[in-house]
Design a protein around this ligand. Structure first.
Ligand SMILES: [Fe+2]
Length: 282
């Protein structure tokens, strides 16, 4: 959240023009603030410059339609091998920036500021090709050095009595917003692959205006909206599990429905993660 967005989020009424997921005002919500925000953000996105290049153009077309793109063999092999070595070394030797328990699982990440001594990681975190994908996806002049960039590691834990909240299908927010991962590990069923519902980035296909309106009226509904199996069936949509080889680049519009699967205890998934979240109205 930048300064203007933060200021907007604190001002009554004007906070409907912030990037806050939900507005905590029942009167405003009854008047339809949430579908209005969805509509306005979509219109604003539609008139933004496209920032397409010959390379990104076909992938971005898929991203608009399906909400996700998968590009295997993203980096040249010798660069990827060096990157892989550096990532393992960093995870074994650096103190994480964040340590978190997601239900039974253990999530850590190391922010880019702590990774500067690793020349290949540093270069990939500033990769111009990835920057081009973010420019075209977000339709704004994204500087890759200003978005969130992490080396992330997810280890599956043993306790099946606890539930990882990230394994429940959800939409992150009410507008087009993108995350990307360059996989450092092969992603198999044992290490909790990413799951996405293709097409669920589309507001009409998902009946998002009505669903979000109803959700906004519920007291305490301040988090990302969760999507039930019944809702998915009703919409005639289905999940895709994204198994992938290391050195695959995945970019997803997390307005669309997504989650990760539960894996097998002890399995580890490592990725370089990139995340952009801007105010959708500015
Ligand atoms: Fe999410």
């Amino acid at each position: 959240m930048n300064k203007i967005d933060y200021a907007l989020s604190k001002m009554p009424l004007l906070n409907i023009f912030s990037s806050k997921k939900m507005i905590h005002n029942q009167i405003v919500n009854r008047l339809g603030a949430q579908p209005f925000r969805i509509w306005l953000a979509e219109k604003r996105y539609g008139i933004r410059p496209k920032f397409l290049t010959d390379e990104t153009s076909p992938h971005i077309k898929t991203l608009r339609e399906k909400g996700i793109i998968v590009i295997p063999n993203f980096l040249p092999q010798e660069i990827f091998e060096q990157l892989e070595k550096e990532c393992h070394h960093a995870i074994e030797n650096l103190e994480p920036s964040v340590k978190r328990e997601d239900g039974p699982n253990f999530y850590t990440n190391i922010a880019n500021q702590r990774l500067k001594e690793y020349s290949t990681i540093n270069a990939v975190l500033g990769n111009k090709k990835i920057e081009q994908y973010f420019k075209a996806a977000e339709r704004r002049d994204v500087d890759i050095k200003k978005i969130v960039r992490l080396l992330s590691c997810l280890i599956q834990g043993e306790d099946n009595a606890k539930k990882d909240p990230e394994t429940t299908l959800h939409e992150d927010t009410f507008f087009n917003t993108h995350k990307a991962w360059l996989y450092i590990s092969d992603v198999e069923y044992k290490n909790a692959p990413f799951v996405y519902v293709k097409g669920s980035n589309n507001n009409k296909i998902t009946d998002r205006y009505n669903k979000s309106y109803k959700y906004s009226l519920g007291k305490g509904n301040i988090h990302s909206r969760r999507i039930s199996n019944e809702e998915l069936n009703e919409l005639n949509l289905e999940e895709t599990h994204f198994l992938a080889k290391k050195n695959t680049f995945v970019m997803a519009n997390t307005l669309g429905f997504h989650r990760r699967l539960r894996g097998e205890a002890g399995s580890k998934r490592i990725a370089l993660a990139f995340s952009a979240r801007f105010n959708p109205f500015i």
